[in-house]
Write a protein that binds this ligand. Structure first.
Ligand code: CMP
Length: 134
């Protein structure tokens, strides 16, 4: 599992028709798309996905935002996938994201930040299994 990570293209980026641009940046970054699914999360499912943030002040807004429209979930494969994908997406807050990163290009705010990327091999496994049963 060390060569896989999990990502979501978030509702703002899907609504703005950036699925293709973002998947292109992912593939050009050397990641192979293993699984891919466009789906709309219910507030219950979004809350479950982000349960680790339940006590954070932004949790309620985050759940509302993540269930506001379709997202694209994917499992990606590459050597050093988790760390390399976090480099490709850039900082959570787009104000701090490096040039050339997905968030620098497409994120609108710290909440509507275009993409999610797993922060560890363990979470990549858990998050991937949340969407893909294999
Ligand atoms: P993500 O990497 O998917 O993990 C948690 C998400 O919560 C984050 O991206 C943002 O979409 C959202 N969020 C909103 N406010 C904050 C904040 N202050 N710090 C971290 N994440 C935030």
């Amino acid at each position: 599992a060390t060569n896989r990570t999990f990502t979501m293209i978030k509702p703002d980026a899907v609504a703005d028709q950036h699925i293709g641009d973002i998947l292109a940046m992912i593939e050009h970054g050397g990641f192979r798309i293993v699984e891919l699914q466009k789906v709309t999360l219910t507030p219950e499912r979004a809350g479950e996905f982000y349960a680790v943030h339940k006590e954070r002040p932004f949790y309620g807004d985050l759940v509302k935002y993540m269930s506001s429209g379709p997202i694209v979930a994917a499992i990606l494969e590459k050597d050093n996938a988790v760390a390399d994908f976090r480099t490709l997406i850039g900082a959570t807050n787009p104000a701090n994201a490096e040039e050339g990163t997905i968030r620098k290009k497409f994120a609108k705010s710290i909440e509507a930040n275009a993409v999610h990327g797993s922060d560890s091999d363990e979470n990549a496994q858990i998050e991937g299994a949340f969407f893909f049963k294999s």
